[in-house]
Design a binder for this molecule. Sequence first.
Ligand SMILES: [Zn+2]
Length: 124
Amino acid sequence: MRPLFTSESDVVYAMLAHASDPMHSLSTQQREAIAARVPELKVYKHCGCGTCPTVYLTAGEEPPEPRRDANGKAVPQGSSYVLTADCPGAMVLLHIADGVPVELEVAPFEDRTVELPWPDQLLF
Ligand SMILES: [Zn+2]
């Protein structure tokens, strides 16, 4: 586990401040409460695909236990809210669960390598 790079936390803060919430379910107060917890976050896993800078985040001391379905198969951690924005060549998704960001996902539009955007490259 490691602390977030400033480049990562800057994107998280920008997403919390401006990114759209397709479900329109996050209030300004909730966004502020989530932003206040960003300094607690650590990166516990990187996406293994090799083409994106997606990181998985936790506010805990240990990486979260993998979630499993009834058959014991690992399933995604799941999230309560997703904030989305576009950046050059990719879509950025901030997944939020239990009041903290749990995944900063950068999903390339095509099959090519993308870097973490700068906050001013985000289109909301
Ligand atoms: Zn990836």
